[in-house]
Design a protein around this ligand. Structure first.
Ligand SMILES: [Ca+2]
Ligand SMILES: [Ca+2]
Length: 389
């Protein structure tokens, strides 16, 4: 009898210890993560050619993974627990798909530039690249599309697993800001916000209810890769992304030409004002904009440049051959992945990367409030509409 009591006590003790270890690990990881991440800025400055996002590696542990994976994050789960019906028919009725793809005929194009603005980024040399035909998402992946993925698969993003992600200081509430003790020396406007993830873009006191048609953010390369596979697609190579963004024009800065404001008209969502203090939002948007906003380029593609950075499948290198290349896929391995297009946080004075040839990089597990993606495909996936076939 006594032995049974002791066994019960022992079991309770083990349970207590297990919970304690998980809690400590999760907290430790959060601190380790925040301390080790070096966020070079959205930005960086032009002379040093610093990165435009958060580029340090994450560190995680088994205990945290187990604790987090036992949770569910889908909107359906939330709705269910709040008495709603989650991913039910009424939700489907208002569901506007933006998963359309455009067919891009293969061919040769000039990738990069011989007039690099940020030399350290490896924008040069201009080189001839030959590509096979492929399909390319017309829009950046929206919150609606990502929610469908999460509701279907129960996928948990890396930002959710780590428990924090990076947000621009000016977009965080005072309450959340007061909670933050960490900052990034090289880019003090980036703050690691606990609970910031795709469903809470500026922290736990924010949501995406009014932003379902905006690009999903706080998405790591690994998250994006998982989504594209689920959708029957894949991430585009850097060459495919740049070919698509150029929209058939040769050697232009932007998808529509060289002028930032052709005829005084805004063609992309970037930063107007004094970065990072004042955002006048003259283009109509202080943060992200709907993936359908602004005019498409010559290939019918929206917001390649600006709005959010977009992951590509290539590992990062700044050395490129000037020889003709066929379907280049970047280096075989590396530490960072290439992202393209710049974001709503890009300003000429800090991050003149809203150009077709511009590029930047992050580790595959990094996430931030201005980092999203879109997919490509070799064949049109079943059920996906082609806009120009
Ligand atoms: Ca803007
Ligand atoms: Ca974009």
């Amino acid at each position: 009898m006594k032995l049974q009591v002791n066994e019960k006590r022992l079991a309770k003790l083990f349970l207590f210890l297990a919970i304690f270890v998980v809690l400590v690990c999760a907290d430790t990881d959060s601190e380790v993560c925040s301390n080790s991440k070096v966020c070079d800025s959205q930005a960086g400055d032009l002379e040093s050619g610093k990165d435009c996002g958060c580029s340090a590696s994450r560190q995680k542990n088994e205990g945290e993974d187990k604790a987090i994976n036992s949770k569910k994050y889908s909107a359906g789960f939330d709705a269910e627990n709040q008495g709603g019906q989650g991913n039910d028919q009424s939700a489907k009725d208002t569901f506007v798909r933006t998963n359309q793809m455009a067919f891009l005929e293969g061919g040769q194009f000039t990738m990069g530039t011989d007039e690099p603005v940020i030399y350290a980024d490896g924008e040069s040399p201009a080189r001839i690249v030959s590509l096979s035909s492929f399909y390319f998402d017309v829009y950046e992946t929206s919150n609606t599309e990502f929610e469908l993925f999460v509701n279907t698969t129960g996928y948990v993003t890396e930002a959710e697993r780590f428990g924090d992600s990076f947000v621009l200081e000016g977009r965080i509430s005072e309450e959340v800001k007061n909670d933050i003790t960490q900052a990034v020396a090289a880019a003090p406007w980036w703050l690691p916000v606990k609970g910031a993830d795709w469903r809470h873009p500026e922290g736990l006191d924010t949501d995406i209810k009014d932003r379902m048609d905006h690009p999903v953010v706080h998405i790591s390369w690994n998250d994006a890769d998982e989504f594209c596979q689920w959708a029957g697609k894949r991430l585009p190579t850097e060459a495919e992304w740049e070919y698509a963004a150029r929209g058939g024009l040769k050697g232009r800065l932007h998808p529509w030409g060289n002028k930032e404001l052709p005829k005084g008209e805004h063609r992309m969502n970037i930063w107007q004002g004094d970065f990072p203090v004042t955002n006048t939002a003259e283009d109509g948007y202080e943060g992200t904009c709907p993936v359908t906003a602004f005019q498409p380029n010559g290939y019918g593609l929206y917001n390649t440049i600006g709005n959010v950075w977009e992951w590509t499948s290539d590992w990062w290198t700044t050395r490129h051959s000037s020889e003709l290349q066929e379907n280049p896929k970047g280096p075989e391995t590396g530490t960072d992945k290439v992202k393209k297009g710049g974001s709503y946080m890009c300003h000429k004075s800090y991050c003149y990367r809203y150009r077709c040839a511009a590029r930047s990089q992050n580790t595959a597990d990094s996430s931030a409030a201005n980092l999203g993606f879109r997919c490509a495909a070799d064949e049109l996936p079943v059920g996906v509409e082609c806009t120009n076939c």
